[in-house]
Write a protein that binds this ligand. Structure first.
Ligand SMILES: *Cc1c(COP(=O)(O)O)cnc(C)c1O
Length: 437
């Protein structure tokens, strides 16, 4: 469920008309729905409530705007962080360090030092060398570091190869065969305290069984480690996928793709939180531990859109191009992992004619496209469109490639739209640079 729909032919986010947001802040711009983020969090948490002791640690790399973090902190969310900078953001947004887990294969001594002093809940250790480093840094600061080992269960989850993490060929985690030895080593280190075990099999997974399979595969090890080292938690990671393809609501009239369904859901290809929960609750309960979840995309993915304007049209003998003012530097998902985003005009055209086009950005790269050979309504220069489901791995992955300033971000809450990040200026682009002389 999300809060974007057509009302009288105009696309709205909650009670706010997206075209008026575009007029206010210009395009391109990201817009997020507070209600959708909150609902996603609450719905997942409710589905998992039979577990009792649990903590959702939002994987903030998906969208780390301070307003988003603040909203989730107020919901009681913890945070899964992957850098010292992300912890800094959590603290600035009013989140608590003791509800943060620290993931990532390349934690620096500086990051570890900062996280230790702030008192994070757990370092999720990705290698034996990292464990030694954490022990060493903790010794220097005179603290004991709480840790979990990220164990790679070697299960295959159907997703794009760039976002699969739970196979033994991936760079993440420690193999099942090594895990017990790493815990032995951890037990012997003076500045390490064993707290849990973590796993994460990948991202954008739309089937529940691989999650349960990972838990079942790890269960004997978890129970053994629990008896030996006194584990307190098990983290099942993130990865619950969202629907990127499908028709959008149109009040009561059927819109150009047809169904009048109010959500972006198609082909039953969707992992509802209740379905996910039904599959994982039993195997997780059997562990008798506090359970952590690290959803990123599920919380924010369908809560954001990227607004962009049509600049030009251009035809070659084989293609029709629609050139828009957003580029791959603003939203890299299509170029990076063939990500699909539905394209919705901010005003439904009267004429329901469709044409097959490539929607491309201004960046000097052939990978700079948002759609290829896609049937969409006929667009003219000046028309504005929304690239749907851009709330996760959108703005956070943006760069200033081609000297294009970073975009503004707007948070909608009911009837109110707040600019929660201003558009960068050209001066921002060169801040910190200098010509020697
Ligand atoms: C990226 C990541 C997540 C979140 O993944 P989503 O697919 O966005 O839910 C959770 N845990 C870890 C360790 C990650 O690296």
């Amino acid at each position: 469920m999300h809060s974007f729909r057509y009302v009288d032919g105009s696309l709205k986010c909650e009670g706010v008309d997206l075209d008026s947001v575009a007029s206010e802040v210009g395009t391109p711009a990201y817009v997020y729905s507070a209600e959708t983020i909150r609902n996603n969090f609450r719905r997942l948490d409710a589905a998992l409530s039979p577990l009792g002791d649990r903590m959702i640690c939002y994987a903030m790399k998906a969208n780390s705007n301070l307003s988003v973090l603040n909203l989730l902190a107020k919901e009681g969310s913890g945070f899964d962080i992957v850098s010292g900078g992300e912890l800094f953001r959590v603290l600035k947004a009013g989140g608590r360090a003791d509800r943060c887990t620290f993931a990532g294969v390349g934690k620096t001594a500086g990051d570890i030092d900062f996280a230790l002093r702030q008192g994070i809940y757990s370092f999720n250790v990705e290698s034996e060398e990292e464990l030694e480093r954490i022990n060493e840094v903790a010794g220097k600061v005179g603290l004991v570091a709480p840790i979990a080992v990220r164990v790679n269960p070697d299960v295959d989850a159907p997703t794009h190869k760039y976002i699969s993490t739970g196979k033994s060929k991936n760079k993440f985690g420690i193999g099942l065969d090594r895990a017990a030895a790493v815990y032995e080593r951890a037990e012997s280190l003076p500045h390490i305290r064993i707290r849990g075990l973590q796993t994460h099999i990948g991202s954008q997974i739309l089937k529940a069984p691989p999650f349960a399979e990972a838990v079942r595969k790890l269960t004997p090890l978890v129970l053994e480690l629990k008896a030996k080292h006194g584990l307190e938690f098990f983290s099942v990671g993130g990865g619950v996928g969202i629907v990127y393809r499908g028709a959008l609501a149109s009040g009561d009239a059927a819109w150009w793709k047809g169904s009048g369904e109010e959500t972006l859901e198609l082909d039953g290809e969707r992992l509802a939180p209740e379905v996910y929960a039904a599959e994982v609750i039993d195997p997780l309960k059997a562990l008798g531990l506090r359970i952590l979840f690290e959803p990123g995309r599920f919380i924010v993915g369908n809560a954001g859109v990227l607004l962009t304007s049509v600049l030009y049209r251009k035809s070659t003998p084989t293609k029709n191009f629609v050139i828009v003012d957003a580029g791959m530097n603003d939203l890299i998902r299509p170029a990076l992992y063939e990500g699909h985003h539905e394209i919705e005009p901010l005003h439904q055209p009267k004429d329901a004619t469709l044409e097959k086009v490539d929607v491309v950005g201004p960046v000097c790269e052939s990978g700079d496209f948002f759609a290829q050979d896609r049937e969409i309504p006929v667009l003219a220069p000046g028309d504005r469109i929304a690239l749907m489901s851009s709330g996760a791995y959108g703005f956070v992955m943006a760069s200033t490639y081609n000297a294009r300033p970073l975009l503004p971000e707007v948070l909608v809450e009911g009837e109110k739209a707040t600019v929660v990040r201003v558009r960068q200026t050209w001066d921002d682009l060169i801040r910190g640079e200098k010509v020697p002389g």
